[in-house]
Ligand binder design. Structure first.
Ligand code: ZN
Length: 177
């Protein structure tokens, strides 16, 4: 994993992507092929003291939208069934959860969130955006559900990591959806 410094340009793009100035930015954990931020790395504890478990936050509007489309299509139910049926997948997802927490603890250990990662890990899939954020930051082979998710986004032509689909003029995406 490589977290690079957020430049003034990155910060301006993040603001366009999110519709607000992101808080607690450590740096950029994954970038589009064009260089624009796709995942922002956020401090485990924000300046005001709030614990923030989602260290890897997906910001790229097209990727966010792709995840929202898959969530609306109930694909998470399929993933949760796969987790229930497949011990190997379950073990991989548990390892991804530990990887997440370990990476975050290297920045700062925050007792309030010590067993929490993101996206429903380690036992459920609850937020594809958080899973994709981790998968992109960590790289292939770390989060098996995230790797399946990237495959599915590409197959369904919703988003492709090797193609730039940035459009910095579009309406900021509401990440809470
Ligand atoms: Zn791009």
């Amino acid at each position: 994993m490589t977290i690079t410094e957020a430049t003034a340009t990155d910060t301006a793009i993040l603001e366009l992507q999110l519709g607000r100035v992101p808080r607690g930015v450590i740096g950029i954990a994954n970038r589009c092929v064009c260089g624009a931020p796709r995942v922002v790395a956020t401090k485990p504890r924000l300046e005001d003291g709030t614990p923030f478990p989602t260290m890897f936050y997906l910001t790229h509007p097209a990727a966010v939208k792709g995840c929202s489309t898959l969530e609306a299509g109930k694909w998470m139910e399929t993933l949760n069934q796969m987790l229930a049926d497949d011990a190997e997948l379950r073990a991989g997802y548990e390892a991804a959860h530990k990887h997440y927490i370990q990476t975050r603890d290297e920045v700062e250990e925050v007792p309030e969130i010590k067993d929490f990662s993101a996206g429903g890990m380690p036992t459920r899939v609850k937020c594809l955006h958080a899973i994709l954020g981790h998968a992109l930051a960590a790289g292939a082979g770390v989060n098996p559900i995230g790797d399946l998710l990237i495959e599915r986004l590409v197959t369904d032509k919703l988003w492709d990591p090797v193609t730039c689909s940035c459009n910095h003029g579009e309406t900021p995406t509401d990440l809470t959806k």
